[in-house]
Design a protein around this ligand. Structure first.
Ligand code: HEC
Ligand code: HEC
Length: 447
């Protein structure tokens, strides 16, 4: 991969939506995205890592960069594909050394949930802690430091040698220092920024409460909604007890749901988290991948059939009590075929559209896998002192880097005449006494 880092006003003819171009003067809006009023709470953003536009941009570049794996073949996006709601259609995803032990999870609305622990078995204490686990995993991205793999410190060295990262880290943190903590923070910011609230459900929820029929829903969808929300004792299917509307995030107290097969063979009772039930299927109606930690089901009707008659396996000592019935029995809802399709129809209303195509969550690299240009901020203000012939130039640049000051008389040939370093906010200034002939000056970042 090669990178050109340009700094100067001349490059503004590039469109910032173009592949291979990161324009730090026109960042996408990650920090202040609008969302429905009913989604204000259940936000797992820690106080020390709010989303910033620069941080999420850095996270986006790393998320799509195959150099984040030990042999440059796998990125986060290999297993979390935008067109699939950031999941994968394969039951097990392919990493640098084999396939994953569980199915990939959709990364939709990860920010919004009462459960702040991540992975199907909730083994990551936070999203920040989660983000470098795939990097350190022997199978997934391979910086495990064991089994002949390079250690995580070698990834840090690798990133330090890539000029675009020095610029992006400097833009985000005010210093070009790269370490695991600031890698985690930026990746978590990007993942938290991925949100989907433009579904048919949201259009209905905007004008009616969950326990009222939605005017934009079909009868089947409204019936499915009632079944989803009402508890089994009240003629419902009790889904909302664990997948809580309007976020459809998992109840932190959930135990497992009776799906206990492990892809490695045998049983696995530890899977107590689900991603939000939003965007289970894509806008075209096809599923974003098989469902559950082991990809056990390929259709929503199969999912509903599972809950309609939860398997009674005495080996499952971690089945949630809500799915148990007195006398060592398990849930049997006796839903009609119509009710089962109503539930599936309701779940299909939870799918949005923008998240599948919005450029800000897309691959920033071009077709050759290269990031061609990073445009640094810089609006130059120059003043030509009439009396004393002092020239001062100041502008805003990425902090934490050193810039060469160059001079030209024809805008063609540039000669270095010194260096300049910005302050922590990125303000950089250069002053000189000028002598005829008139000259042009610029700051340039040379990797
Ligand atoms: C080789 C495939 C693969 C790669 C590469 C990969 N993931 Fe994953 N991801 C998975 C699988 C599989 C799971 C579920 C694993 C589990 O629970 O044991 C998962 C789970 C997650 C989760 C948890 C979601 C939740 O709701 O709990 C997050 C967040 C995540 N990945 C982010 C990332 C990031 C960031 C990267 C890149 C640094 C990445 N993944 C790289 C396959 C992958
Ligand atoms: C006791 C809590 C609980 C109840 C009640 C419950 N679920 Fe779940 N659900 C879970 C858990 C835990 C998972 C993740 C399990 C796994 O992958 O092994 C899950 C997973 C799912 C998934 C797959 C998500 C994915 O990303 O693959 C769907 C779909 C789903 N549930 C729908 C429903 C429906 C519909 C109902 C009501 C009929 C329901 N659930 C009731 C706890 C529950």
């Amino acid at each position: 991969m090669k990178t050109h880092i340009l700094f100067f006003a001349v490059v503004t003819s590039f469109s910032h939506a173009q592949d291979g171009v990161i324009d730090l003067t026109q960042l996408h809006n990650y920090a202040n995205q609008s969302r429905p009023a009913y989604i204000a709470n259940r936000d797992n953003t820690p106080v020390n890592n709010p989303i910033t536009d620069a941080g999420a941009t850095l996270g986006r570049v790393m998320f799509y960069d195959k150099r984040m794996s030990r042999n440059d073949t796998i990125s986060c996006s290999s297993c979390h594909q935008q067109a699939r709601g950031f999941s994968d259609t394969a039951i097990a995803s392919t990493g640098v050394a084999g396939t994953t032990g569980r199915h990939s999870m959709r990364l939709i609305n990860s920010r919004f949930g009462n459960e702040a622990k991540f992975f199907w078995d909730e083994r990551a204490a936070s999203l920040e802690a989660q983000t470098t686990q795939p990097v350190r995993d022997h199978v997934e991205m391979g910086f495990s430091g064991a089994s002949g793999d390079p250690a995580f410190a070698e990834l840090v060295n690798k990133l330090n040698a890539i000029p675009e990262y020095r610029v992006l880290f400097a833009m985000t943190y005010g210093s070009a220092t790269i370490n695991e903590t600031n890698i985690q923070k930026a990746l978590a910011q990007f993942v938290r920024s991925i949100q989907s609230f433009d579904s048919k459900y949201d259009a209905g929820r905007a004008v009616a409460a969950d326990n009222q029929p939605f005017p934009n829903f079909t009868t089947s969808e409204n019936n499915g909604k009632a079944l989803f929300i009402n508890p089994p004792g009240a003629g419902g299917a009790g889904c909302a007890g664990c997948h809580v509307p309007p976020h459809f995030d998992i109840d932190p107290n959930s135990a497992n749901n009776g799906v206990i097969g492990s892809l490695a063979g045998g049983i696995d009772l530890t899977n107590v988290r689900s991603p939000t039930l939003r965007d289970l299927v894509g806008p075209g109606g096809s599923s974003n991948g098989p469902f559950m930690h082991n990809g056990a089901f390929t259709t929503l009707n199969q999912v509903v059939a599972h809950y309609n008659a939860v398997p009674n396996n005495p080996a499952n000592t971690n089945l949630d009590n809500r799915l148990r019935r007195p006398g060592n029995q398990t849930q049997n809802l006796n839903l009609t075929t119509q009710q089962q399709s109503d539930l599936a129809a309701f779940m299909r209303t939870l799918t949005g559209t923008a998240v599948y195509t919005d450029v800000k969550w897309s691959n920033p690299f071009d077709a050759n896998g290269e990031l061609d240009v990073i445009i640094l901020p810089g609006s130059v203000e120059s003043s030509l002192g009439a009396q004393n012939a002092t020239f001062q130039m100041s502008c805003k640049v990425a902090p934490g880097l050193t810039y060469t000051v160059e001079k030209s008389t024809d805008l063609q040939v540039w000669t270095a005449i010194g260096t300049a370093t910005p302050d922590a906010q990125g303000n950089i200034t250069f002053a000189t006494n000028i002598a005829p002939p008139q000259a042009f000056y610029r700051f340039k970042y040379t990797p």
